[in-house]
Design a protein around this ligand. Structure first.
Ligand SMILES: Cc1ncc(COP(=O)(O)O)c(C=O)c1O
Length: 352
């Protein structure tokens, strides 16, 4: 089905070099946004319009009951002067898995991918040139019914905004495993991206920051001992030359970066195991000198080294920034593929 798309351009771009290269993550938005509405059982024409406020009635159900979800991925400049999206089809597929779980209609691939491609083409000048820079793409999809019924809505809106970003985390991260809070539980929504997951994690994150940590090391909701994720990233440990990451059993977000990193580790000839790992095993491996490194993986930071983990009254420090570490190798390879410096043999880039 061809997607109808209308474009209303901004009269004068807000872009400057300083804005493009130096903005703090997620604070400055590109000139245009994509908007499409679903009503009466079908998607209407999608529109590209100037970025700006959208009037919304206070009664819309997304605001009351959280029938709202989002995605995140990036467009990079390549060395041969293309702009390429990284695995947007995977984010589209995950968006539709989130939508299905929240009883929302599917977003057609053509609407999503053609709309995003058109939007980024139009705001192409916003893609940063600096090393590690990218244009972050943020699709947002929410219920628009003006009614206080607790039931799936009839009217929905998809919006896609973009913003120039640099490398998200510069420094290595410090994590606190706090057993009082859980991020996800069996049968819940931990493996998708509804807005509510993030609201529910804010307090634990703030408490960790007040104690000098960057974020939370999330443990499972039943036994509070299986490691699941760190902050808003998936996690890997390198124990005795094997890269270990928890399996996708329904309480972990299937990160696109996680999937990419696992394939690249394989390409690099590093053994990878997706298996359960307890916080005690992490501490024991550290005590035995077998825990060589740990890192978080996600779109924003790509690969972020973990410097410290605290659990109850124990704390371990991990070596970071060692040249030749597995984390730094896989990060460099991923970034080289994203920027066209390395062959994209898995077919991950969608060039515009
Ligand atoms: C909870 C959570 N885990 C992991 C990730 C990493 O996923 P991705 O690599 O697709 O960005 C994210 C970011 O989307 C996240 O919010």
């Amino acid at each position: 089905m061809p997607v109808l798309l209308s474009i209303t351009r901004i009269p004068e771009s807000r872009l400057s070099e300083a804005v493009r290269e130096n903005s703090e993550f997620g604070t400055v938005f590109s000139d245009h946004m994509l908007v499409a509405d679903y009503e009466d059982g079908k998607w209407g024409e999608s529109q590209i319009v100037p970025y700006g406020p959208m009037p919304l009635p206070p009664s819309i159900s997304a605001l009351h009951y959280g029938q709202s979800l989002f995605e995140g991925f990036k467009a990079h400049r390549t060395i041969d002067e293309r702009v390429a999206l990284f695995r947007p089809r995977d984010n589209h597929a995950r968006l539709n898995r989130s939508a299905a779980r929240l009883a929302m209609p599917e977003v057609p691939a053509s609407l999503f991918l053609d709309g995003v491609a058109e939007l980024i083409q139009l705001d192409r000048e916003w893609v940063p040139h600096r090393e590690g820079g990218a244009l972050y793409v943020r699709p947002l999809y929410f219920a628009m019914d003006e009614a206080l019924f607790v039931k799936p809505a009839h009217h929905y809106r998809l919006v896609v905004i973009t913003c120039p970003v640099g490398p998200y985390f510069g420094q290595p991260i410090r994590l606190l495993a706090d057993e009082r809070y859980v991020r996800a539980f069996p049968g819940g929504t931990g493996d998708i991206k509804p807005a509510g997951n993030y609201a529910a994690a804010l307090l634990a994150g703030r408490l960790a920051q007040e104690r000098g940590f960057h974020n939370v090391l999330w443990l499972d909701a039943i036994e509070h001992r299986f490691v699941e994720e760190c902050g808003v990233m998936n996690i890997l440990f390198v124990i005795d030359r094997v890269a270990i990451t928890p399996p996708l059993t329904g309480t972990i977000l299937p990160g696109v970066t996680r999937d990419s990193v696992l394939m690249l580790l394989n390409d690099l000839g590093i053994d990878v195991k997706e298996r359960l790992i307890t916080i005690d095993e992490v501490f024991q491996a550290h005590a035995a000198g077998e825990l060589k490194e740990a890192f978080g993986v996600g779109t924003a930071a790509t690969v972020a080294p973990i410097e410290c983990i605290r659990y109850r009254d124990r704390e371990i420090q991990l070596p970071v920034g060692r040249p030749g570490s597995i984390g730094s190798k896989v990060r460099a390879l991923l970034q080289a593929i994203q920027t066209g410096r390395e062959v994209d043999k898995h077919g991950w880039l969608m060039s515009l």
